[in-house]
Design a protein around this ligand. Structure first.
Ligand SMILES: O=C(CO)[C@H](O)[C@H](O)COP(=O)(O)O
Length: 231
């Protein structure tokens, strides 16, 4: 599995991070660690003034520890390329993200990017969302709105669960001070419609459905190959 993650990250890095890439969005998760390894091992191929915009605390730390310059969107509101992991990717390149509770900032960074690329291992590849990722769609909710949002999600046919922290009593609290509700909607026939309906609920800050955003996805496969899906 680690090899598959590394293969996808290195292939995408070699293809999409060129000497012209000045501002790079760097996502979150375990696959992204390999992208930072790629950057570390290929410094001579990078823009001399490369600036990285991390999507959260984890990738920020990782980039700083490896000697890369990190900045905020205030300073660099337009990103050349953003690369991020995924929890599931369907045949049309709709993506579920938020397994690491970072999808709000991940979506902001992806939206600011001229090009958004996904890296993942083969477990994330599916035909329809909900096939592989059984944990549900991550939805970031302000704590004040938790109960009404949970009730509305049930009315919409979902099975919501408040994500609980490990090694801390109580719920997961995001980098933005909010809660995450994982909502099982079964197989998702129309991700864009589900995104619109869930995002419209008062108190929902962001939904971990990324529709019509990714241009290309790289999947590291069990046999050592890398499969590519393009929008
Ligand atoms: O969306 C994310 C975090 O919110 C991650 O990108 C997603 O969970 C994939 O993580 P990993 O690379 O560890 O499988």
């Amino acid at each position: 599995m680690e090899k598959a993650k590394k293969d996808s990250a290195y292939r995408a890095g070699a293809k999409h991070i060129t000497p012209e890439t000045r501002v790079l969005g760097v996502g979150s998760g375990s696959t992204i660690v390999y992208l930072v390894h790629y950057l570390r091992e290929n410094r001579e191929k990078l823009h001399p003034d490369l600036v990285c915009i991390p999507t959260g605390f984890q990738s920020r730390q990782l980039l700083v520890e490896n000697g890369f310059r990190v900045a905020e969107l205030d300073e660099f509101p337009v990103i050349d390329v953003a690369i991020d992991g995924a929890d599931e990717v369907d045949a049309s390149l709709n993506v579920i993200k938020g397994g690491g509770a970072a999808h709000l900032r991940e979506k902001v960074v992806a939206s600011a990017a001229k090009d958004f690329i996904i890296i993942a291992d083969y477990r994330k590849m599916s035909e329809q969302l909900g096939q592989q990722w059984k944990q549900g769609v991550p939805i970031e909710v302000i704590p004040f709105a938790l109960s009404p949002v949970m009730a509305r999600l049930k009315e919409m046919g979902g099975a919501p669960t408040l994500r609980m922290a490990q090694r801390k009593a109580g719920p997961v609290v995001t980098d933005n001070g909010n809660f995450v509700v994982d909502v099982d909607f079964g197989l998702i026939a129309d991700p864009a419609s589900l995104l619109a309906r869930t995002k419209a609920l008062a108190g929902v800050v962001e939904v971990g459905l990324f529709c019509s955003m990714a241009r290309i996805a790289y999947f590291g496969m069990a046999d050592g190959s890398v499969q590519i899906r393009e929008a």
